[in-house]
Design a protein around this ligand. Sequence first.
Ligand SMILES: NC(=O)c1ccc[n+]([C@@H]2O[C@H](COP(=O)([O-])OP(=O)(O)OC[C@H]3O[C@@H](n4cnc5c(N)ncnc54)[C@H](OP(=O)(O)O)[C@@H]3O)[C@@H](O)[C@H]2O)c1
Length: 322
Amino acid sequence: MRTRRLGKTDIEISPIGLGCMQFAGTSNMTRWMVRPLDQEMAVPVVRAALDGGVTWFDTAEMYGNGTSEAVLAAALKSCGIAPGEVAVATKWSPVGRTAASITRTIGDRLRHLGGFPVDLHQIHFPFGSLSSIPAQLQAMARLLKAGRIRSVGVSNFSARRLELAHRVLAAEGVTLASNQVRISLLHRHVERDGVLDTARRLGVTLIAYSPLDGGLLTGRFHDDPALTRSAPVMRRVFGRRELSAQGLARTQPLIDEMRSIGQAYGVSISQVAVNWVITRYGDTVVAIPGASKPRQAAQAAATMEFQLTEAEIGRLNELSLA
Ligand SMILES: NC(=O)c1ccc[n+]([C@@H]2O[C@H](COP(=O)([O-])OP(=O)(O)OC[C@H]3O[C@@H](n4cnc5c(N)ncnc54)[C@H](OP(=O)(O)O)[C@@H]3O)[C@@H](O)[C@H]2O)c1
């Protein structure tokens, strides 16, 4: 699959990037959301992604206050990757802080990244900051003009806020590169809430997080419902309807169809799920599946080696809404 342009920037990325929340360590609150990777697995996971053609990685300040960034950078170096050879996206955490902390903390981001540049710096959420969204974006624009970051993105922004972000940056002569939002076969809100249309109109890339719905779209909970008990606590709490016996029965026909489509390509259910995300919306959407094992990263990368047909996408669309 050919590379995609990040918004209207000159940055080219593979349709799949590696989500690195799993790199945050075991003492961080992200362990309630995802299974933390064993630290010695970081190098094989990153190597599997690189070997499969992944050219960029998504991390965040919030993922262990720099731990994920540092583990990623060390793993890239161990794999023989030099700064500039892949793209790195990170995020500023707005909670309880003013926009001035964007400027104050960029040095920390760059230090944790150990020489890898910040190719994309994102505002992690549109809430929680003591400053307005325009003030946050103006601070980002200043970092870009000072050459400390290569592009500016946002995350979890609604269509209205996306418009605002675009307008504020445009007034500074800066382009809004991306909006990172949840998209999967079971989370298709962007199709209804205006985010997809707005992104297309403005030329903003949507970065799809949790494209596997935290593992639900691998079929493993359908095959063995007892596994739901060992899912990370926030998945169990916020995904309790999807993970309940009733919820699993409701999505079983979708999983069955994904299994059957996958068999025809010789790929797994998870690869069908991720391929749907990067095919259904054309070049507008790229995806960042997470992985706690090298095999998972390899499978995610290999998703770029086939393409679902329109008919297959159509069947999955119907079943995912059923
Ligand atoms: N901007 C935001 O607010 C935000 C929010 C959430 C996530 N994110 C980003 O998005 C990335 C991905 O999201 P996510 O980790 O929440 O969800 P995800 O990608 O939907 O699910 C990842 C999990 O699915 C399982 N998995 C992956 N590949 C598999 C395979 N081939 N076979 C079986 N199971 C497989 C693994 O679970 P096990 O580890 O349990 O095996 C893995 O940890 C994160 O790393 C992070 O970078 C951003």
